[in-house]
Design a protein around this ligand. Structure first.
Ligand code: GLP
Length: 250
């Protein structure tokens, strides 16, 4: 089931997502989080940092997997997703760096890395709660339009629009944005126990309309979420502006 919640602000979404993380951490003995990058999850990470800081939450027993990674960036490159998670989450909470597994964007054998990644997720017992953003073209992780709905973790070529959208993290220079990446597949993402998608701003409105009201199709990978039994979509008014229905405003 897919539930849509329209929030007043990204901070508000961060608080609701913080509640979802706290619920998993309270319920599961060795919780496993799926962490997303891009700017949409930042309010969630602010909220987690706040809760760990005031001791209302601890991520010390939590393990985490990253959704995707650029190919060709070393893990200590500040623009790598691994470095972003180290900065945004590990550096500001008690989540141990050693408990975080990301895809190795510098792997020499990328196919082997992807297989090993799938195995690591399985060995951890699967992901309990996966955070997600969405690209303006409807990609999730780096599953670009046309990605098979049964895809697993694999290398991908980035769509020109995604490189353009992400150039803001590379001094505004699209040429610096890697052309290839590794990403969890759509089927991999759908195996998480619970999915939480965050989207803010009018540039995401069409992707959100497709996600919630469009037919499930490869053109809009985010529509695959409709096949998952437990999905919450947190949007601000702008991102939800093309929706005919919203289940609740919070
Ligand atoms: C990147 C990431 C996605 C993310 C998307 C949206 O392409 N690989 O996981 O959802 O950007 O980013 P933002 O949240 O910054 O709009």
């Amino acid at each position: 089931m897919l539930r849509v919640v329209v929030v007043d602000s990204p901070e508000h979404a961060g608080r609701l997502a913080g509640d979802a993380v706290a619920a998993v951490v309270g319920r599961v003995q060795r919780p496993v989080l799926g962490l997303a990058t891009g700017s949409s999850p930042w309010p969630v990470y602010d909220e987690l940092a706040r809760r760990v800081d005031d001791s209302s939450l601890s991520l010390a027993q939590t393990r985490a997997f990253l959704l995707d990674e650029y190919l060709g960036l070393l893990s200590d490159d500040p623009r790598s997703y691994r470095a972003e998670i180290e900065r945004e989450v590990v550096g500001r909470t008690d989540l141990p760096s050693t408990a975080v597994r990301g895809l190795d964007g510098a792997a020499s054998d990328v196919e082997a890395e992807c297989c090993a990644y799938e195995r690591s997720i399985r060995d951890a017992g699967g992901i309990d709660l996966q955070l997600l953003g969405v690209g303006s073209d409807g990609h999730i992780g780096f599953n670009e339009p046309g990605s098979p709905l049964d895809s697993r973790t694999r290398p991908m070529e980035l769509a020109p629009r995604t490189r353009q959208d992400n150039a803001r993290f590379f001094d505004g220079d699209v040429e610096q944005v890697p052309a290839h990446c590794l990403t969890q597949g759509i089927a991999t993402i759908l195996e998480a126990g619970e999915l939480l998608l965050l989207a803010f701003g009018g540039s995401k409105a069409e992707a959100i309309r497709q996600a919630v009201e469009g037919p499930v199709c490869e053109r809009w990978p985010v529509t695959a979420l409709q096949r998952h039994p437990h999905v919450t979509v947190l949007v601000d008014r702008a991102a939800g502006s093309l929706l005919e229905r919203a289940d609740s405003t919070a």
